[in-house]
Design a protein around this ligand. Structure first.
Ligand code: SF4
Ligand code: SF4
Length: 412
């Protein structure tokens, strides 16, 4: 893909557009293709609503561990704010799917403009609907794997929640393309408003060269190129998405007179400097980001590789044997949260003055990665313990305690 154009005089005109389009396509393809990528037989990234589990790079994060997910979300949000402080609305112009979809719709409109009106309208709206369906499906793929989605859709068994999500997204995108488009970025999108809080004296922005204002021939090419319909010659505007189209348009116009374009990217505008970004706000933001990242890293590295939970067995009563031994019955739930198969065993923690015995299939419990297992066990305690005695079950691996859980004890 060429990133420059040739001027009348034969010189190369460096253009931003091809680079921006490449980034836009790669970002959109990434969002589309992530649901197809599998790691260890599971989706790379998917929220499995049925089991309330987030599948993330081969790990299964259950609802009880959602603090990790929350931390990752906070890191994403704070990282986003920091990037906006440094590079302005570069996300909007270069990465945002809304911008890419609007660009595609603009491209389609231009292609069908010369067709007879009814044909153009049919092709246009057909294209919008197809795009909307693809985007709606893409959203559902982050909850239902694409293969299963196609099977369920074809057999009419998509399910109510997935069906409502698909239809709602399809309608939203279709209405967006038909009625709103860039109006969404100008008025509805909260990210544009957030930018008001994050813009600093050194934030990257597009600037109309203040020293060469007189060279402007008022051709309005920059205005026509701007998808947001703004005139940045008057100064930075909140609607500007840093897409660089005005810059390219002016470069092409000015190249005819062998002069450079009148716009350029700059940190902080004339008189500004990137060093202005080193202020209290950015340092605080970066500090919070580092802190959250450290907490997440600690959370992930100290994440238990397996868990054990205990529930009294509802179907069996407490037994008192003739020698006074008390027997309680439990259901023990094991989960191997690691990405490796492992063999576990269960033990009762010793209690001074008592013999605590675990009876049942408690040795060599092999669990595949992310596998759950329910084990029925009995716990014998002798001599007869007091009602408030604390018992504990231990999940062991290679002689080490991996996890523990209290055993609720009944004596009669
Ligand atoms: S002013 Fe320039 S960079 Fe900003 S949105 Fe318009 S064309 Fe894009
Ligand atoms: S494209 Fe350049 S020369 Fe034409 S109006 Fe805009 S700033 Fe002026």
């Amino acid at each position: 893909m060429s990133t420059s154009s040739r001027s009348n005089t034969g010189g190369e005109i460096p253009l931003i557009g091809p680079k921006r389009r490449l980034v836009q396509w790669l970002a959109s393809l990434l969002i589309l293709l992530i649901p197809f990528v599998r790691v260890g037989g599971d989706s790379l990234l998917r929220l499995d609503a049925a089991s309330r589990t987030l599948l993330l790079f081969g790990a299964r994060i259950r609802i009880e561990e959602f603090y990790l997910f929350l931390l990752a979300t906070l890191i994403f949000v704070f990282g986003f704010l920091l990037v906006t402080m440094l590079f302005g609305r570069v996300w909007c112009g270069w990465f945002c799917p809304q911008t890419t979809v609007c660009d595609l719709a603009d491209w389609l409109d231009a292609r069908v403009a010369r067709l007879p009106k009814p044909v153009a309208a049919a092709v246009r709206h057909g294209g919008y609907l197809l795009l909307s369906f693809l985007i709606g499906s893409n959203l559902v793929w982050y909850f239902i794997p694409p293969g299963e989605y196609v099977r369920r859709l074809a057999s009419g068994e998509l399910g109510m929640v997935a069906g409502i999500t698909l239809v709602s997204m399809l309608l939203l995108v279709y209405l967006d393309l038909t009625l709103v488009r860039r109006g969404f970025c100008k008025t509805v999108c909260p990210y544009g408003r957030i930018q008001l809080l994050t813009t600093e004296a050194g934030t990257l922005t597009l600037e109309f060269d203040p020293e060469r204002k007189d060279e402007c021939i008022r051709c309005a090419a920059c205005l026509r190129a701007c998808p947001m319909g703004i005139d940045i010659r008057d100064g930075l505007k909140i609607e500007c998405i840093n897409c660089g189209r005005c810059l390219d348009a002016c470069r092409l116009v000015m190249a005819k007179g062998k002069r450079p374009g009148l716009f350029h990217y700059t940190f902080g505008g004339s008189g500004g400097s990137p060093s202005a970004l080193l202020n209290r706000k950015s340092i605080l933001l970066a500090g919070v980001l580092v802190l959250l990242t450290v907490v997440l890293a600690l959370g992930v590295t100290h994440r238990r590789e397996a868990t054990v939970k205990v529930q009294r067995s509802a179907s069996a009563e407490v037994k008192r044997l003739s020698d006074g031994t008390i027997v309680n019955f439990y259901q023990v739930f094991l989960e191997n949260r690691s990405t490796q198969a492992a063999a576990f065993s269960l033990e009762a923690a010793p209690v001074n003055g008592y013999r605590v015995e675990l009876v049942g299939p408690v040795r060599e419990l092999s669990l595949a990665p992310n596998e759950n297992r329910k084990v029925d066990v009995a716990v014998k305690v002798a001599p007869a313990p007091p009602a408030n005695m604390a018992l504990e079950i231990r999940l062991m691996r290679d002689g080490k305690v991996i996890a523990t859980s209290p055993l609720p004890l009944l004596v009669n």
